[in-house]
Design a protein around this ligand. Structure first.
Ligand code: CDP
Length: 324
């Protein structure tokens, strides 16, 4: 059976990546785990030195100047001028706390979440990170939980294509607001990766203000912080375009004492050999947009093995178990 579960994880970027035996890997992740507080603290200090997450992760009036040219991190030949109107929409200071949260959950969107009934375990955290406006209601709640304190929204695939916010149509705005009511706290948008992201990110912020959804605030990712995180991982053996999941995990390791990952499993079979869809909310006929295909954009298996190293060192816990 284990031999059948051998998945070759080669991607377009890393054609020679070694195969991963997902059966053995899964068994290992199910063994009892204990946090190594010294190792967690050590990495937290190192990340703080390299990335200054608390002050830098989100664009604020404290880390951006009125009139500053903000440089895009993917299209780095381009800049955006933070004029007064834009500047005034930034939070005055960082919304992240000076003292770390005790426990955080970072929830990936892998279909491995389904049927494991970990919703309550996820929501037990003081702070929950989620990616890409995932559904948390109805039948999903038992497996996903409901709490969402920092949710990311991809400006192109979500804000632009899915919710068509650039159209400025009342029905589209209404649909967007109805959907995002399930989250609270921060709606984090990577507004300064590529030029096309900025207008729609600003539009999302306006829509929430216009609809007076005060429980959720659109904040913009700071491209300098993203670059610092990218450099940290490049130095530590991951020279690639980082996924949202590893970016959020890095932030969590910097601002949380204990980090718990759920829904991270970038393989198409589970450790027990069941076939898996890519996202927990995908339908069997869901087609991946080729421009957003993770195998093309990222190397998730390689990232995942890095996270497994941190699990082994007791820095964070990858959850794969059935919870109740
Ligand atoms: O923004 P991105 O396309 O990277 O992410 P997503 O597909 O919305 O999923 C959020 C994160 O969950 C990813 O960035 C991965 O880190 C993680 N994930 C995973 O580990 N295994 C999967 N099968 C799907 C997602």
């Amino acid at each position: 059976l284990l031999a059948e579960m051998l998945v070759v994880v080669a991607t377009t970027q890393q054609p020679t990546t070694a195969p991963v035996d997902v059966g053995t890997l899964g068994q290992e992740l199910l063994l009892p785990w204990q946090q190594n507080r010294t190792a967690s603290q050590h990495l937290m200090d190192e990340l703080n030195n390299c990335t200054s997450t608390q002050a830098e992760a989100i664009l604020t009036r404290a880390n951006t100047r009125n009139g500053q040219n903000i440089r895009y991190y993917i299209q780095h030949e381009k800049t955006y001028q933070a004029n007064r109107m834009f500047y005034n929409t930034l939070p005055r200071t960082s919304p992240l706390p000076q003292t770390p949260y005790r426990r955080c959950s970072v929830v990936g969107n892998g279909a491995v979440l389904l049927g494991r009934r970990c919703g309550a375990e996820i929501d037990k955290a003081d702070f929950v990170f989620r990616s890409n406006l995932p559904p948390l209601t109805g039948n999903f709640t038992r497996d996903t939980g409901r709490k969402a304190n920092w949710t990311t929204a991809n400006p192109i695939s979500q804000l632009n294509w899915r919710f068509n916010l650039l159209s400025n149509k009342p029905a589209q705005k209404e649909k967007f607001v109805r959907h995002v009511r399930q989250y609270s706290g921060l709606l984090w948008v990577s507004a300064f990766g590529v030029k096309a992201a900025t207008t729609v990110a600003i539009r999302a912020q306006r829509v929430l203000r216009e609809k007076k959804l005060s429980s959720l605030a659109v904040v913009y990712g700071n491209p300098r912080h993203f670059a610092a995180v990218r450099d940290f991982w490049a130095y530590n053996g991951l020279s690639m375009r980082l996924s949202t999941g590893i970016y959020l995990t890095t932030i969590a390791m910097t601002i949380c004492d204990e980090v718990h990952l759920f829904g991270f499993w970038p393989f198409d079979v589970s450790h027990t050999g069941e076939k898996l869809l890519y996202h927990y909310y995908d339908k069997p006929d869901t087609k991946m947009n080729p421009n957003l295909d993770p195998a093309f954009l990222h190397n998730l298996p390689k990232e995942f093995l890095k996270l497994v190293e941190l699990h082994r060192r007791g820095v964070l816990k990858i959850h794969l178990e059935t919870c109740q």
